[in-house]
Design a protein around this ligand. Structure first.
Ligand SMILES: Cc1cc2nc3c(=O)[nH]c(=O)nc-3n(C[C@H](O)[C@H](O)[C@H](O)COP(=O)(O)O)c2cc1C
Length: 367
């Protein structure tokens, strides 16, 4: 073993990137990016649940000529690990989403640009051709949403990721206690012209949530309308119930992302990987089912694919890469995941992503 330099420097893992990022970022930004809602039970569960799933490899399989490539909604990707939408990336690096897009493009995978991107969507697209999906939070006017989607289609985005699990922000105690606030020079620039919700006057309302916010939150008929009118396929993100997966498909969704928003919205929701099999079953192969939350190792991605996911997304690991080393850090984090994923594929006897089946997941009743 070499001496003198810490091993983490020679071969960092995603967890090393995260601890370095937490150290680099100010305490309030660290709380914003790495914290979760309330007691952070879901945040913790996302990673823990992966460690409870065990792999059962097959030996002596011929994996010559194999690869981790896949085609997803017509896009050719080097691996099934994509970059999840994360807001306000200029808080982490001066080039923000542009550096993230460069890092994702270097690894030939897709990046989802957050609705709350801190740079112009056109600049993010110009920085990295892999920045191909735009994430949308429903705005109070149907037409305004459609206008935004059309604008993104004109910029060359190929899909819309509609996030449905956050009509209101979660109870983010860690962030609130430390006093996190957006600085004046960081904002959701792509939403600058979206209509501001017009609420009933405060004195006429009893509840801020039910009498105001609920009036502008989307419902299933809005999703159906968007799927019918959008020039781009709509992927619904934030599905955790199989019934909602069926409803999203009925509404016209072209894909589903099983996600609890990285444990930032409703605490005590089960881990995404725990929920995945039921949603895969409910979707019955009608649309691709993706998942995110707690993916920190190539074996995590392999487990998700074995349980029926078409691909996975990573949020905080990509942010950690961005904080530590900008585009190069993002690229390195994604490369580490891909290398680990391919090693795990080979060690479990899977030649292609299609060959990754539940057979490699250990069950006590195996015969
Ligand atoms: C700081 C932060 C900001 C996020 N912003 C968004 C967002 O703007 N839109 C969205 O759909 N999801 C957002 N998410 C959720 C991620 O897309 C993703 O679901 C989650 O980070 C996955 O979990 P992971 O961080 O364990 O990989 C955010 C997550 C974090 C940590």
């Amino acid at each position: 073993m070499m001496s003198g330099r810490p091993t983490a420097e020679l071969q960092p893992t995603l967890r090393d990137y995260e601890s370095r990022a937490r150290h680099i970022l100010s305490a309030d930004r660290s709380a914003y990016f790495f914290g979760g809602a309330a007691d952070e039970l879901t945040l913790e569960a996302n990673q823990k649940a992966f460690s409870k799933i065990e792999l059962l490899p097959r030996m002596l399989c011929d994996v010559r000529g194999g690869s981790s490539r896949l085609t997803l909604l017509g896009q050719d990707l080097a691996s099934p690990v994509l970059v999840a939408p994360v807001a306000y990336q200029k808080l982490v690096h001066p080039d923000g989403e542009a550096a993230m897009a460069m890092g994702a493009a270097a690894q030939d995978t897709a990046m989802v640009l957050s609705a709350q991107s801190s740079i112009d969507a056109a600049d993010a697209r110009a920085a990295g051709a892999s920045c191909t999906w735009f994430q949308l939070y429903w705005a109070p006017s149907r037409e305004a949403n459609l206008e935004l989607v059309r604008g993104m289609a004109d910029l060359g985005f190929t899909a819309i990721v509609l996030t449905v699990d956050a009509p209101v922000q979660g109870v983010r105690d860690r962030e609130t206690r430390i006093g996190f606030r957006l600085p004046a020079d960081v904002s959701a620039v792509n939403l600058a012209h979206m209509p501001v919700p017009r609420f009933a006057p405060l004195e006429q309302t009893e509840s801020m949530l039910f009498d105001r916010i609920a009036h502008v939150a989307p419902v299933w008929s809005d999703i159906e309308w968007l799927c019918q009118n959008s020039p781009l396929p709509v992927i619904v993100k934030g599905i955790v119930h199989p019934g909602d997966a069926r409803q999203a498909i009925k509404a016209g969704a072209s894909g589903i992302i099983v996600s609890n928003h990285g444990g930032r919205i409703l605490d005590t929701v089960p881990a995404s990987i725990t929920l995945l099999p039921a949603i895969v079953k409910a979707s019955a192969g009608a649309v691709p089912v993706l998942m995110d939350g707690g993916v920190r190792r190539g074996t995590d991605a392999l487990k998700a694919l074995a349980l029926g996911a078409t691909a996975v997304l990573v949020g905080r690991p990509a942010i950690a890469g961005l904080a530590v080393a900008g585009a190069a850090g993002v690229s390195h984090v994604l490369r580490l995941l891909r290398d680990e994923f391919e090693i795990a594929m080979m060690l479990t006897g899977c030649r292609t992503v299609q060959e990754i089946t539940p057979d490699i997941i250990y069950r006590p009743d195996i015969t």
